[in-house]
Design a protein. Structure first.
Length: 188
């Protein structure tokens, strides 16, 4: 079955995305996996079998990356799972894309984000580049998407972090709604 990955409900996807972030930062990993399945199904509209495989590759890559935060990330292993993730999406998409490049760009923004404590142009550009590779558009068209997403990305704090201000999850969700709506508009 082929799907048009550019056709999704941006508000619904943004709300699921925001809920996933909250689960991740609050260390609710079983809930996070269910939300990941829901997000992939809502955004891509693929069969449940493909959705489960995508969630597996995505979750494995993310968990491996997070667990190795202090001991050194095995980039080749993380990249292998991201590549499988994007290869499946490309194979089932009406419009194929360079899945290897998309995987490399995804890992690149993960690295940039890990070292970013504030929003910056490098983070925004890396986010735009990743989505541009997936949707076959110029990164410049995704500047608003990248800006709103990067703004949202710097807000969350892990449960137990010694932070003077708690995460404003309503603001995170609002920024993600703007990001996904902007992406949707740019890829139509």
């Amino acid at each position: 079955m082929k799907t048009d990955i550019a056709q999704f409900d941006p508000t619904n996807v943004a709300k699921i995305d925001a809920a996933m972030w909250r689960s991740y930062y609050n260390h609710q990993f079983y809930k996070l996996f269910w939300q990941l399945l829901t997000l992939i199904k809502a955004q891509l509209g693929l069969s449940w079998l493909v959705t489960i495989r995508l969630a597996y590759y995505s979750a494995w890559a993310a968990a491996d990356y997070r667990i190795r935060k202090h001991t050194g990330v095995n980039h080749s292993r993380v990249l292998a799972n991201l590549t499988k993730f994007y290869e499946l999406i490309s194979r089932h998409s009406v419009k194929r894309f360079d899945y290897k490049r998309a995987a490399e760009l995804e890992l690149a923004w993960w690295d940039v984000h890990r070292s970013s404590t504030t929003n910056n142009k490098v983070l925004e550009q890396s986010l735009a580049n990743n989505m541009a590779a997936i949707y076959n558009v110029a990164p410049e068209k995704l500047a608003d998407y990248a800006h709103y997403r990067a703004e949202a990305m710097i807000l969350p704090r892990h449960e137990g972090d010694d932070q003077p201000v708690a995460t404003d999850w309503d603001n995170v969700e609002s920024l993600l709604i703007k990001a996904w709506a902007s992406l949707y508009s740019a890829i139509q």
